[in-house]
Design a protein around this ligand. Structure first.
Ligand code: DGL
Length: 268
């Protein structure tokens, strides 16, 4: 019975293909696990919708995932976490790991450099109490700026990774910010790490581009380890990742495979 539980997959969930940037790290850090990845393609994007709509979408998606044998759920989406993490944890008894913009390590790094921190996330994440209380608590010296990039989620969902196109978009969007004032950029949306190299080129080599993906997977690993649920050998009958979605299942699975392949090729 316990062995059976150890062999059950970990579920990861996002509005679309953004959470694959977390799955990509999970496959590296937890090579013996199998995964179920759910893309809520009927509702994507979350970041420009109302809080109420996103709550309903997440509720429906997780209800579907909870019918499967899963040993933990990673809400691989900052927007969904900021709105639904509390009710989800009250409703389900499997471990639920959420995500939030990595403001803390960014402020710590910036302290040594005496510049500023730029947090990029969806409009909805930046409007939520969860994000605003995090910044109020940590940003004692008032060094954090935030900027929403909703169109980047759309580009990502279309698998648009063209460097010229994305650089032009980013330059235009961020034109009113003095980019030379930042030491650190926080990618507070799981869709944005696909563009990490483009951000790096735009900001300059001394600017650190931080996301919460590796931290989230390490947290997941420690939770599984303390519950004695960490797999130590790969199950031979289970495929590594099962892709599920709320709309256009075959096409979504194809896009997910392509996106994961892109992330591996990027070596991020
Ligand atoms: N990837 C998500 C996040 O981390 C949501 C993006 C969206 O659907 O707008 O916030």
């Amino acid at each position: 019975m316990v062995l059976e539980k150890i062999m059950t997959p970990i579920a990861l969930f996002d509005s679309g293909i953004g959470g694959l940037s977390v799955l990509h790290q999970a496959q590296k850090i937890l090579p013996h696990e199998s995964f179920v990845y759910f893309a809520d393609t009927a509702c994507v994007p979350y970041g420009t919708k109302s809080k109420e709509t996103v709550s309903l979408c997440v509720e429906k998606a997780v209800e579907q995932l909870a019918t499967l044998p899963i040993k933990a759920l990673v809400v691989a989406c900052n927007t969904a976490t900021s709105i639904t993490i509390k009710p989800l944890r009250l409703k389900y008894d499997f471990p639920i790991i959420g995500m939030e913009p990595a403001v803390k390590p960014a402020i710590e790094r910036n302290r040594l450099l005496n510049k500023r921190v730029l947090v990029l996330a969806t409009p909805l994440t930046l409007q939520q109490d969860k994000y605003n209380s995090l910044v109020t608590e940590l940003d004692r010296e008032d060094v954090v700026d935030a900027f929403p990039l909703p169109e980047l989620v759309q580009y990502c969902e279309q698998l648009t990774f063209d460097e010229d196109k994305i650089s032009t978009y980013l330059r235009e969007k961020l034109q009113n910010l003095d980019l030379s004032t930042y030491s650190t950029v926080v990618l507070g949306c799981t869709h944005y790490p696909y563009y990490k190299k483009i951000f790096k080129a735009l900001m300059g080599s001394s600017v650190e581009i931080i996301d919460g993906n590796i931290g989230t997977v390490k947290h997941l690993k420690s939770i599984l380890a303390s519950a004695q649920l960490l797999a130590t050998s790969k199950p031979s009958t289970t495929s590594e990742v099962t892709f599920l979605s709320s709309y256009d299942k075959v096409e979504t699975a194809r896009r997910c495979r392509k996106a994961l392949h892109y992330l591996s090729a990027q070596q991020i």
